[in-house]
Design a protein around this ligand. Structure first.
Ligand code: PA5
Length: 461
């Protein structure tokens, strides 16, 4: 069953705070232009993520590596940050049984655990390195640029540990990086460390379907062929400038209109399935880093993405969603079939507050709560849409991720910004390099030191 997008409750004939149907209909021309702009960038070779579903070379490299190393490692530790970590984490948590790393070998078979280190907090790093047997561990160093300070620092720590333990680097390290640029590639060549490519025309947050995501996924037994096939199906469905049939197009247009004409600046993504919780975290980076930009005309644009989880956040954020400012849209992800469902046993017939639950199933409760929340938000004029997938499997997750990536590309064109760069993160990086003594960054250090510094008189101790 293909992924469907139900946007009934984004329109003002259903929900008072929604987009007027005639305004939506009138954006056909703006969407055609956004689609043409994305197509033209694709044709000029800028948008490599769209070609990943059919890139047999990369998929084959990954699968060959995985077959050659099956059963060799008990643990895989991924060193990476941003797009190099969020996608692999989302894939593991969506497509492996819950708490994969906690399962014993009798449940995982010969498949390894997958730990993702996406920060430089020494407490986490030391704890993880202290828990694994280095001689049975594979470290994936994933960095498109091959120079990100956090990932390089992690790599240096790990490398030192491997050398101290007498473990051969070329058997316990794999790099996933740009084919030619960055610090990792020459090290791989000089030291015989296996290295897989992230195509030059794919940036970090659009890289989940490259070896950035497919290598760790395949190592823990996820069906990456199905993942890529689902993504390919979505790519084909979105290969049209007809807003009525292009799901990522409709999503992008409705979000953009809601923000730019309706003041809905916060875009909540709320899956109703624990397995998809980290898809929302992955989406946050994609939507925020791609769309939050200073436009050429001096305007600062970009919606703020907000992750939530149903039903958990009904007891945390939904009060705000219902009665706080009317500045949000909601996208629910619903799953049609539960997989393993549990019937709620009937008991306490004399306690009405409990007895009504008996005989229903937990999945039914989850789904009813999603529909109830959609209705409650609609009754308060708060627009929402629902992505429906048949089940949480590799095909549907691949399709979902490609859906959001294509929607992001369209949204960039609609907002009039470049969705594929991130100039705003550069200044902080330069200050860091300056303060850490990186050659060539003395001026950045001086610039930082010339900024106002913390005033002791204003620190309350
Ligand atoms: O989307 C992006 O480009 C960034 O968020 C990167 O993923 C992040 O900065 C890590 O970069 P790299 O993969 O080059 O280490």
């Amino acid at each position: 069953m293909p992924i469907s997008l139900d946007y009934t409750f984004m329109l003002s004939d259903a929900v008072s705070g929604g987009v007027a149907p005639d305004v939506f209909a009138a954006t056909g021309a703006a969407f055609r232009s956004a689609h043409a702009s994305v197509e033209s960038r694709r044709r000029s070779g800028e948008l490599g993520f769209l070609d990943l579903p059919t890139n047999r070379v990369l998929a084959t490299q990954v699968l060959e590596f995985v077959v050659a190393t099956r059963g060799v490692y008990r643990d895989v530790v991924l060193l990476g940050i941003g797009g190099s970590a969020l996608g692999p984490t989302a894939l593991r948590n969506a497509l492996r049984p819950p708490q994969w790393n906690m399962l014993g070998a009798e449940s995982r078979g010969e498949l390894p655990r997958l730990h993702v280190l996406d920060n430089v907090d020494p407490v986490t790093i030391a704890a993880t390195l202290g828990r694994v047997q280095l001689a049975e561990t594979l470290f994936l160093v994933i960095s498109k640029s091959g120079g990100t300070a956090e990932t390089m620092a992690q790599y240096l720590v790990v490398r030192d540990r491997l050398i101290a333990a007498g473990v051969p680097l070329a058997r316990h390290l794999v790099f996933v990086t740009d084919p030619t640029k960055g610090a990792l590639r020459p090290i791989a060549i000089a030291e015989g460390i296996p290295a897989l490519d992230i195509p030059a025309n794919i940036g970090g947050r659009f890289s989940v379907l490259s070896p950035v995501g497919t290598l760790p996924a395949a190592l823990i037994g996820i069906d990456i062929e199905a993942l890529l096939a689902g993504a390919g199906d979505m790519t084909r469905r979105c290969n049209t400038d007809d807003l009525a049939t292009n799901p990522a197009g409709a999503y992008a247009v409705l979000q953009w209109l809601s923000d730019s004409t309706g003041g809905k600046r916060i875009h909540v993504l709320m899956p109703y399935a624990d397995a998809l919780r980290d898809i929302a975290a992955w989406f946050v980076q994609l939507w925020a880093e791609s769309l939050g930009k200073a436009r050429a005309d001096g305007e600062h644009v970009g919606p703020t993405p907000l992750p939530a989880l149903g039903t958990t956040d009904q007891h945390a954020q939904v009060q705000l969603f219902m009665e706080g400012p009317i500045d949000k849209t909601f996208t629910f992800i619903a799953v049609d079939s539960a997989g393993d469902d549990l019937t709620i046993p009937g008991a306490h017939a004399d306690v009405p507050d409990l007895a009504y639950l008996g005989g229903h199933s937990l999945w039914e409760l989850l789904d009813v709560e999603r529909r109830a929340t959609t209705g409650a938000l609609a009754a308060r004029g708060r627009p929402s849409m629902t992505l429906l997938i048949e089940r949480v499997d590799a095909w549907h997750v691949g399709g979902l991720m490609m859906f959001f990536e294509i929607a992001t590309a369209y949204a960039g064109a609609l907002y009039g910004i470049n969705a594929f760069d991130q100039p705003g993160v550069e200044l902080g990086k330069r200050f860091t390099y300056g303060m850490m003594g990186r050659p060539g960054f003395d001026a950045a250090r001086a610039e930082f030191e010339a900024l106002p510094q913390s005033n002791a008189a204003r620190v309350i101790r």
